[in-house]
Design a protein around this ligand. Structure first.
Ligand code: SF4
Ligand code: SF4
Length: 286
């Protein structure tokens, strides 16, 4: 079972939901923090026995003795990572998307595999649970391979809870595309609603059922609930707007340790999510 926590934009409380849900899981789970550009689940969870593995991607290495400057690799590269200038073939590894096209098309076998380190994948444990997260190197722009590396490290013997990168672009899609259910976290503002609609469209396009959690919910502000009713999407939980929650967040504490009522609410949320994810698995299998 694979459940994603996502949001149409950053700052809605996605990681807050992910860490509190992980810490109140009724069975051993693995939390995958796929927000590799700005991972912060580990700041709240404080995993033990941490291991770090560098993660790299393919980049072409040119053998200038073999290269005849035929131009086939330059022509196939959609990212302009290979350019012939005068009598030299220049490679720009930071623009390479590791499609391997150049290596396969080269008639002289002048291109061999090199490696560019994108960042690190880290793993550790907290109680009966596991936490895996990625840390992208400063200046690196290509996050999907590192997100995939985080997912490859996931154990197969337990449910996976995945903290997705914010937004609805390639990193978010790379993270959630094979999930059984996605929880969309939003806030009751016009920006929140706008970006929620994009996230809902993305989940629907990927044919993943979704539910909504309203963070910083305010009495009398029902714009998210109205939209959810119109689109027939369940509102799974409302987390009220409270100063004490913001203070505990700023101290790196989990909300479930601040408010026993929220601990109960998160336990109840698991029951709903498990049911919805299992329904989706059954639908996929039939
Ligand atoms: S395809 Fe091979 S031989 Fe042709 S320019 Fe590229 S590296 Fe050189
Ligand atoms: S692997 Fe693909 S993206 Fe990278 S240089 Fe070769 S053709 Fe371009």
């Amino acid at each position: 079972m694979k459940i994603a926590i996502a949001s149409g934009k950053g700052g809605t409380g996605k990681t807050t939901l992910a860490v509190n849900l992980a810490a109140s899981a009724p069975m051993p789970i693995c939390l995958l923090d796929c927000d590799v550009e700005e991972p912060n689940a580990h700041l709240f969870i404080r995993a033990e026995n941490i291991q770090r593995h560098p993660e790299g991607v393919f980049v072409p290495v040119i053998d200038t003795d073999r290269c005849t400057l035929c131009g086939k690799c330059e022509a196939i590269c959609r990212f302009s990572a290979l350019v012939i200038i005068g009598k030299r073939l220049l490679a720009y590894p930071e623009m390479c998307h590791a499609c391997l096209g150049c290596m396969r098309i080269c008639p002289e076998e002048a291109i061999s595999p090199g490696e560019r380190i994108l960042g690190d994948v880290l793993s550790g444990s907290f109680g009966p649970h596991q936490l895996i997260w990625g840390e992208m190197r400063v200046g690196e722009a290509m996050s999907p391979p590192l997100i995939e590396a985080v997912q490859r490290m996931a154990p197969e013997d337990r449910p996976l809870l995945l903290d997705s990168p914010p937004g609805t672009s390639c990193p978010m899609i790379a993270a959630i595309r094979d999930c059984d259910f996605v929880v969309l976290v939003t806030e009751p503002t016009s920006f929140g609603l706008h970006d929620l609609t994009l996230a809902v469209e993305t989940a629907r396009h990927l044919k993943i059922p979704c539910g909504i959690v309203v963070n910083r919910a305010e009495k009398g502000n029902t714009q998210i609930q109205d939209y959810a009713a119109l689109e027939d999407i369940p509102v799974l939980l409302e987390i009220p707007f409270r100063r004490s929650y913001a203070e505990s967040y700023s101290r790196g504490e989990k909300l479930i340790d601040t408010d026993p009522a929220l601990r109960k609410a998160f336990t109840g949320l698991w029951d709903i999510i498990i049911k919805k994810a299992e329904d989706q698995k059954t639908r996929r299998a039939s």
